[in-house]
Design a protein around this ligand. Sequence first.
Ligand code: 4AD
Ligand code: MG
Length: 481
Amino acid sequence: MTSRTKIDALLRSAKPGIEVTVKGWVRTKRGNKNVNFIALNDGSTIHSLQIVADPTIISEETLKQVTTGASIAATGMLVESRGAGQSVEIHADSIEVLGIADPEKYPLQPKKHSFEFLREIAHLRPRTNTFGAVFRIRHAMAYAVHHFFNSKGFCYWHTPFITGSDAEGAGEMFRVSALDPKNPPLTEDGEVDYKQDFFEKETNLTVSGQLEGELGAMALSDIYTFGPTFRAENSNTTRHLAEFWMIEPEMAFYDLNDNMDLAEEFLKYLIQYALENCADDLAFLEKRLLDEEKTKPAIERSEMSLTDKLKFVLENDFVRLTYTEAIDILRNSKPNKKKKFQFPIEGWGTDLQSEHERYLVEKHFKKPVILVDYPTEIKAFYMRQNDDGKTVAAMDILFPGIGEIVGGSQREERLDKLTGLMDKMGVPQDELDWYLDTRRYGSAPHSGFGLGFERMILFITGMTNIRDVIPFPRTPGSASF
Ligand code: 4AD
Ligand code: MG
């Protein structure tokens, strides 16, 4: 058997005049009784390869089975193509149908399908150009994440998915239990007795690896986590998933400024990496976005192409300002005065909604923004308390079209301040005794942040719904596949 060549490698480096075998899935077949043109895609690249099949060489029976979606192996001479839009094609000596796809039933017809429809067939949608491009970029970004941190001497630190603590204190967790839900053991008070459960306590899927990440940083100096995170928040939006991937670096001896510098460098590195390594897929997605923009009313259309947007973020410093300054800008903004915000800005102390974040980024500054020093009450217990007594050293990075993409902070390293705030916020100290030990023994200033991986993929690919940048999305009411 001739060994199989992937189409990406073939288009990059193969010279016409050699015999090759390619394997993949048929996108389209067209032609007449004298010649057939098959567009074959194997997922290694956005580009399909043209296979020219001569019915005097390839049997009619075989050609009949070569329909959209079928899997085939084709062997033949690689020749320069006379057709537009491709450099080479294969003149097939033999075609083997590996798996048929009944044209009456195959859901992916060679036409435009809506993303809503494609979500219902998430098991097949990676075979479309758009999703192939998105998932190849997703892979490239995951690789780039590891490359970035490895090159800086960070340790990839694995934190548990099953935890007994609520790191973010938001109480939006999925329970993990091995008890029989129909007949759970009960305590004397009639409550479910988790002492008899698998872990002999209540456990949940993690909402963040941060607390365990801090333990790593307090020994290895610089660590990062990169894993799935679970939140049972009922946010049915285009930016929330119940299961999403997060990258959480944690650095000993970093203050908030060091933290912001690293985050900005990291985001820019990922964008640069995509521009340098995913050019074909980005070009395809850029065109897709352009076509989508054309269907919108003129005032809603973006003036920038996808690559323009990526380069713009790369080439500009992020704006850094405090929450208090942001509130002033928002309070005096046109949409606030004209009551256009769904959540009007009234005073200091309330959390910002995504409409506010996007106003700052897209309308006011027209640049990515890092907001720092948020009110203590609206942030998590572990953030370092500022001297003003009312804010913490938090930082959120806001991106155009996305809103919050990164959340992070300098951590409270002073035991008394930390336990004081925990008591105030009702975070049980006994459950987090292990965490507090890092403040008891060799405590040190440290900082970290979390990047929502899917939100970053949204930004880089120009897709609009977070369900379309993860292969199998988990959202309220939806856990198929
Ligand atoms: O701001 P968050 O909740 O921060 C943390 O979890 C910290 N422990 C991070 C840290 O300091 N180590 O989440 C961080 C990021 C958000 O900025 C957002 O990009 C993403 O995670 N995110 C979500 N992405 C998709 N779906 C959701 N439901 C998300 N919730 C947060
Ligand atoms: Mg946040």
